[in-house]
Design a protein around this ligand. Structure first.
Ligand code: PEP
Ligand code: MG
Length: 927
């Protein structure tokens, strides 16, 4: 059953409407479902959705917002839960509608002087084009004449009515939209014209008749003439649109929770299609692609609402509005400045000019490219609008990761096909596909594809997700393709008008006649808008060059982006508490990690040192029948291991290096069972069997395990293969001693994997301590080595208090911990059933990627607490893949770990996120 959540009255909101109108809310306790635009503010996004909260904010700033009211997300949630609107909603809407009618001096749908309203969705998080909107509510066979009178234009009134039936028919009544489009095309064809504006009042009147017939035929009911019924049905349709397949898919993709619901904004209509002195547009307070300040946006004269965002007609740059309507342009510039200063951020806006009067229809903190996010954050610091801590909240690790992607090589020989608008940066190469279905199908079979469309619409979402990049021939920087691609961080070139896209014939024709068929490779550059034939080679990004130390942020000619990244990284490093180490097992990776800012190695997987030519030595170790044979194999390995560690300690001189003793099952070092069986069988049939192969085969059979991940690996190996761990410990100690002798500063930490109980650790520790003492005695040094363990089994986490008695440090192995807590094989499940789990929303993201806070995370938290209760100075880190995942880094900060460790390329991301987490928690502490 639905439990009505009481919407707490927002601070500073007086119950004006309640006292003004007894219908609104009879008792102080009742849930309030409707807020006038004058009642809310920008911080009420949970309740009023982003659009509603910002309309309220603009209203309160005194900006010209057409009056209206917002139905809350709570009303939507109750509707979605019970299938019915909350009982109190109708009366509240009536009260707010009455107030709106009084204010406007018109009545909804009144025959001679109609008030018309738009009904628009607006969830907490922007979901561009995903949910429904209906404009011109209130028009009917009667009020259309009133509107004609009011506006002094028959054509306008009938065109508006035709649009209402079309939009309402499609979104509210579920009529196939193509039926209306076909009728419209027919009308244009019959008249021999190309665009809608060439149809006159009589044509529109005829179309209205046809559209009404379509509605009656398809829905077995007449188009509703009662304006209130139109409004109520539209509100319900907006509620329902929360749960359309495309909205669900978008939410999953963007990790927006599925239970937020949408608010509904009922707003008095203003018209941008009343003639050449009217129009509609979208604008950004600065360039969402570069962050530069200036005049950015698109304007469409004599057009209504969605025409711009839909990218159906081509717009003019906003700067041209200055020539068309200077007064409105100046006012708009003033408002944009007000908004940016007020929101202290880039805002995007939608506006309409109705016969020379400017109206603000929407604003929000605008989406931006990754590069622009860094630049804008530092620009705003320079302008004194935000501080460094706030700047860190304006960027994120995912954006930084995006900036580290390669770019097209400028020196490469290329064949330019054409050029469009650089809508979302990146370098994407793939096979051309012309519909979303093929994009999904091909990408599932491992192909990289570029989705090419004339323009995209919300039904293309699946294809856009699957594609490497998106190319459209129509629409501007604010078209659906551009907005959605930017949101996803996908490369996009839009509005490449010189490229003729024929989706029916599945081809694209470039100027000069080059034809790209489905399957041909193209390369698109979302930073320049250029489209190339074939595969263009890529080069590293300047941000990587900077981290590598090959480009300096302080240089005069340093890239603007590099300068911004450098500054933001400095903010993060200043504030972060978590240290960041690298998972690295060779000197080259260690050196890179250090350049990228690693403060040590958190995980050196020694098994990587047992491969290649050394595999045979490991084989000899496994095949050893006697103590001498085993000793011989181990002493062959010892100097090699020592050499590895010397190199590693040298490259990480002065910083901690956690060396993990051998972890994987031994059979991984042996030949494949099938191959070896065939080899032995063939040799036997030729009567020339090889003794070694026979012994190997026996060993492979002996070591074969059904579940090797849960078998003889980690500490278990160390306990059953005498001398193995001792050899590794000796190699570490001797390498450290050698570095000391060379005046180095080695800081090795020895880590035991897969411990489940303290007894295992005690035994290994005792042996290790003996070996270390021997080496120290021999070299006359105190090596300061510490011994710790991975916590990667549930039992270890549950008995962490005991384990800490024998451990100087814990490092959480969240890969194995996730595998064992969930009972998921880390090698198999992602390919086998994770897609189904993600589709069903069982989790929004793989728990191998982002830490499962409730399950695995709670073990980490408890183990950290228990460990520190035993040993307050216990050092705590994490070295599973989660150590480089932005969301997980915040969690590890929160539970008080000392460091995260991740692959070298993710170090900058971890540093940034550690800084963000610290700035965020400082902010909340001081609040
Ligand atoms: C882990 O399990 O999280 C870990 C880091 O070890 P590995 O991935 O090598 O098993
Ligand atoms: Mg592990």
């Amino acid at each position: 059953m639905f439990l009505a959540v009481r919407a707490a009255r927002p601070r500073g909101v007086s119950p004006v409407s309640e006292t003004q109108d007894p219908h609104v809310s009879p008792s102080a306790d009742a849930v309030k479902f409707v807020y006038d635009f004058t009642e809310g503010n920008k911080d009420l996004k949970d309740l009023l959705g982003g659009k509603g909260a910002n309309l309220a904010e603009m209203t309160n700033l005194g900006l010209p917002v057409p009056p209206g009211f917002t139905i809350t997300t709570e009303a939507c949630k109750e509707y979605l839960e019970s299938g019915e609107e909350p009982a109190a909603l109708r009366a509240e809407v009536t009260a707010h509608l009455d107030a709106l009618e009084r204010q406007m001096g018109k009545k909804l749908g009144q025959a001679d002087n109609p008030l018309l309203v738009s009904v628009r969705s607006g969830a907490k998080f922007s979901m561009p084009g995903m949910m429904d909107t209906v404009l011109n509510i209130g028009l009917s066979d009667e009020s259309v004449n009133g509107l004609a009178e009011q506006a002094g234009s028959e054509r306008f009134a009938w065109d508006s009515y035709r649009r209402l039936i079309q939009m309402f028919g499609k979104t509210v009544l579920g009529v196939d939209g193509d039926l209306f489009e076909e009728a419209l095309d027919e009308a244009k064809k019959a008249k021999g014209v190309k665009v809608d504006v060439e149809l006159d009042a009589a044509d529109m009147k005829k179309l209205v008749g046809q559209f009404k017939e379509i509605v009656s035929k398809e829905t077995k009911r007449d188009f509703p003439q009662d304006p209130r019924e139109q409004m109520d049905l539209a509100v319900r349709a907006v509620f329902d649109s929360w749960n359309t397949d495309r909205a669900k898919l978008y939410r999953r993709q963007e990790r927006i929770p599925g239970d937020l619901g949408t608010a509904v904004n009922v707003c008095s209509m203003v018209f941008g299609n009343l003639g050449p002195d009217s129009g509609t547009g979208v604008a950004f307070t600065r360039d969402p692609a570069s962050g530069h300040q200036g005049v950015y946006g698109d304007y469409l004269q004599n057009a209504q609402g969605e025409d711009v965002v839909a990218g159906i007609r081509n717009t003019v740059p906003l700067a041209e509005l200055e020539q068309l309507d200077k007064k409105s342009y100046d006012e708009l510039m003033q408002i944009m400045e007000t908004l940016e200063t007020h929101y202290k951020d880039l805002c995007d806006i939608e506006f309409t000019i109705e016969r020379g009067k400017l109206w603000m229809l929407q604003t929000r903190v605008g989406k931006r490219t990754a590069g622009a996010a860094f630049r804008i954050a530092t620009q705003l610091v320079d302008q004194g609008l935000i501080d460094e801590a706030e700047a860190l909240q304006r960027v994120n690790g995912a954006q930084l990761a995006q900036l580290m992607f390669p770019r097209f090589d400028e020196k490469a020989k290329t064949e330019l096909l054409g050029r469009g608008i650089a809508a979302s940066p990146g370098a994407a190469v793939g096979k051309a596909v012309f519909d979303s279905y093929t994009a999904v199908k091909w990408s599932r079979s491992g192909e990289k594809v570029i989705l090419i469309r004339r323009e995209t619409n919300p039904d293309d979402l699946n294809g856009m997700i699957s594609a490497e990049g998106i190319l459209t021939s129509r629409g501007g920087k604010t078209s659906h393709a551009a907005v959605v691609a930017r949101g996803m961080g996908k490369t996009c070139v839009c509005g490449a008008e010189e490229l003729e896209v024929d989706t029916k014939r599945r081809c694209l024709t470039a100027p000069g006649g080059v034809v790209i068929e489905e399957g041909d490779v193209v390369s698109i550059d979302g930073s320049t808008g250029k489209v190339y034939l074939g595969e263009v080679p890529v080069v590293p990004s300047p941000v990587v060059e900077y981290f590598e130390g090959r480009m300096h942020a302080g240089a005069d000619d340093a890239d603007e982006l590099v300068k911004a990244v450098h500054r933001v990284m400095a903010y993060a490093d200043r504030v972060r508490r978590l240290r960041v180490r690298a998972n690295a097992d060779n000197a080259e990776d260690a050196a890179r990690a250090r350049r990228f800012g690693a403060q040590g190695i958190g995980l050196c997987r020694t098994e990587h040192m047992f491969l290649g030519e050394r595999r045979e030595m490991v084989e000899r170790l496994i095949l050893a029948d006697t103590g001498e044979e085993r000793e011989a194999a181990l002493s062959e390995l010892l100097p090699l291991q020592k050499g590895d560690f010397v190199e590693l300690f040298e490259s990480m001189d002065g910083l901690p290096v956690t060396v993990r003793l051998l972890d994987p099952p031994l059979h991984e070092f042996l030949p494949d069972i099938t191959e070896l069986s065939v080899r032995v069988a063939l040799a036997e049939s030729r009567k020339d069997s090889n003794e070694n192969d026979l012994r190997l085969l026996q060993a492979v059979h002996r070591l074969h395990e059904q579940n090797p991940m849960l078998g003889l690996r980690g500490v278990r190996l160390g306990l059953v293969i005498p001398g193995l761990f001792a050899m590794q410990v000796r190699a570490i100690a001797e390498a450290a001693a050698e570095r000391r002798a060379a005046n180095g500063d080695p800081r090795a930490e020895i880590m035991i994997p897969l411990v489940g109980t303290v007894q295992e650790l005690e035994i290994v520790r005792e042996e290790a301590e003996q070996v270390i003492a021997e080496v120290e005695r021999a070299h006359g040094v105190d090596l300061g080595l510490t011994l710790g363990t991975m916590i990667e089994l549930p039992r270890a986490a549950l008995t962490a208090g005991q384990i800490a008695e024998s451990a100087d440090f814990f490092s959480f192995g969240t890969n194995d911990l996730t595998q064992t807590v969930w009972g998921f094989s880390r090698d198999d499940v992602e390919a086998s059933f994770f897609t189904a789990y993600l589709e069903k929303g069982i989790f929004g993201v793989s728990p191998f990627e982002t830490i499962d806070k409730d399950g695995v995370g709670s073990l980490v938290r408890n183990a950290a607490e228990a460990g520190r209760a035993t040993r307050p100075d216990l050092k705590l880190g994490v070295c599973g893949e989660h150590g480089g995942d932005p969301e997980s880094v915040h969690f590890f900060h929160e539970v008080g770990l000392d460091y995260v460790s991740c692959s070298p390329f993710r170090i900058p991301v971890a540093r940034l996120e550690a800084g963000r987490a610290a700035a965020e928690s400082k902010g909340s502490d001081s609040r």
